[in-house]
Design a protein around this ligand. Structure first.
Ligand SMILES: Cc1cc2nc3c(=O)[nH]c(=O)nc-3n(C[C@H](O)[C@H](O)[C@H](O)COP(=O)(O)OP(=O)(O)OC[C@H]3O[C@@H](n4cnc5c(N)ncnc54)[C@H](O)[C@@H]3O)c2cc1C
Length: 443
């Protein structure tokens, strides 16, 4: 029997779309080209130790409302752990440790109190952060005004910060690690309006929006496996090793082809990333040429993660920020997902400068930065290291980047989803899930 809908891609966008359709009663088939599920938010088994390792530490936030709705739908809300508010320990290049903590107060008092009590900054620096903060909270309260004249449009994040009186030290200590985590692109390249939209969501009216929400299990177990099971219980099917090609009939979709097998369906949702969009077509159907050209022209940005296993505990917090270094964040995987091993994950966002280093070089840089920042790591023995390079983690948000497409296409019955669809958000799980939900709603 032909399915009601085919979803191409088994990542966040694909499972968000497929489960939303199945919730409305559709019989859905999800096709994933790779042998494993999860796309860019996944985990793999380290052949040397058998340990499950994420392809890179992911952070969700309280403002990921569509993602949290998706996790609740598939019964996986307990697979993430909430921090009660934003609490970040930062260790600067001189080794000075400070804590930025937003207390449980109504917005914007939580932001004001957090910044005013952050002793890493001088008083004048705290006041200049608050100046931007008040602009963001005002904009968040009046989003339509913001849309008419979005702050930072056409300007880099750094130029926008300078224009708003943020000193270089303040950029290094506070804004750069935040912007890199949010945009995965240097503050000299990324367009500031993208950053402003993120800040608006994080520091908007609901103080819970700023809470960190960390996956409490390996990433694919957080959502892909529960979603697969949930779909199977509702008559759906998830196939791996199934690279799909679109089949159209005039200006209407007919279904897909997986190698020699044809699968017909009145609705096909693509969630493939921008860099593999053109491979969906043997011949680009009329009306999709510009979308394919824009997708192909969108640049990709890397994230490098180095996992280090020590012979004993080396940190007390689940995560620590390292402003001004190659690896901007250290995560204690034992505190986040449990287990017995002292396993740290160091994340380098916007990692063009180090992505082509060898594994040994990456491990040496990561170890040096951990030992610089964490005294307990100096006497601990490194047992093992494992570098993961995701060269196409996210897409560029530089001024002049090609426009992102909408949900609908010129082909009837063929819809687009994926984090790179125009959601107003950078490449994130939340953008992917929003796009998947939109495609399901548009069907
Ligand atoms: C290292 C790293 C760290 C990150 N950190 C964060 C973070 O902290 N917070 C956050 O929110 N986001 C983070 N992200 C981004 C987040 O992972 C992505 O935005 C999100 O997973 C994208 O989901 P997606 O479904 O749109 O695309 P994908 O996950 O790329 O899924 C698309 C799927 O389509 C499949 N596919 C492609 N072509 C075909 C075909 N022809 N047929 C069938 N299947 C096909 C692919 O194999 C893939 O599985 C990070 C990403 C990486 C790589």
């Amino acid at each position: 029997m032909s399915p009601d809908a085919i979803v191409i891609g088994g990542g966040c966008a694909g499972f968000a779309a497929a489960t939303a359709l199945a919730e409305a009663g559709a019989r859905v088939v999800v096709l994933e080209a790779r042998p494993g599920l999860g796309g860019r938010a996944t985990a793999f088994t380290d052949p040397a130790t058998g340990a499950r390792v994420d392809n890179g530490q992911h952070i969700l936030m309280g403002c990921y409302t569509e993602t949290l709705k998706f996790l609740a739908r598939i019964g996986a809300a307990d697979r993430v752990r909430w921090q009660t508010g934003l609490k970040l320990t930062m260790i600067d290049r001189a080794g000075h440790q400070s804590v930025l903590a937003l207390p449980a107060l109504p917005s914007p008092l939580h932001f004001i109190a957090g910044v005013l009590t952050w002793d890493a900054l001088s008083w004048s620096e705290r006041i200049s952060v608050l100046r931007i903060g008040s602009m963001i909270t005002a904009a968040a309260a009046a989003p339509s005004a913001l849309r008419r004249d979005p702050p930072g449009l056409g300007r880099s994040v750094r130029a926008w910060l300078e224009q708003n009186g943020q000193a270089p030290r303040l950029c290094e200590l506070f804004w750069e690690p935040l912007a890199l985590a949010a945009l995965n692109q240097s503050i000299d390249q990324a367009e500031a309006s993208n950053f402003v939209r993120v800040l608006e969501r994080v520091f908007g009216p609901d103080p819970a929006a700023a809470a960190l929400v960390l996956p409490a299990v390996p990433l694919d177990e957080m959502y892909a496996e529960p979603a697969r099971q949930w779909l199977a219980e509702r008559g759906g099917e998830v196939r791996v090793n199934a690279p799909a090609k679109l089949v159209v009939d005039g200006a209407r979709v007919r279904g897909v082809r997986v190698r020699d097998e044809a699968i017909d369906a009145p609705l096909v949702i693509s969630t493939v990333p921008w860099h593999s969009f053109d491979a969906l077509f043997d011949q680009v159907p009329p009306g999709l040429e510009q979308t394919v050209a824009n997708a192909t022209a969108l640049a990709s940005l890397p994230i490098v993660t180095v996992n280090l296993w020590f012979d004993g505990a080396v940190m007390d917090e689940p995560l620590v920020g390292l402003p001004g270094r190659n690896f901007q964040w250290i995560f204690d995987r034992r505190a986040i997902v449990g287990g017995n091993a002292s396993h740290l994950s160091l994340v380098s966002s916007g990692a063009e400068a180090i992505v082509s280093q060898t594994n040994d070089e990456l491990a040496a840089t990561a170890l040096r930065e951990v030992r610089d920042a964490l005294p307990a790591a100096r006497s601990a023995t490194l047992r093992k290291s494992l570098a993961v390079r995701e060269k196409r983690s996210t897409f560029s948000l530089a001024p002049g980047a090609p426009p992102r497409p909408g949900t609908r296409t010129a082909i009837e019955g063929f819809l687009l989803a994926g984090d790179w669809i125009e959601t107003g958000l950078p490449a994130t799980i939340e953008s992917a899930v929003i796009s998947g939900h939109r495609a399901a709603a548009a069907s």
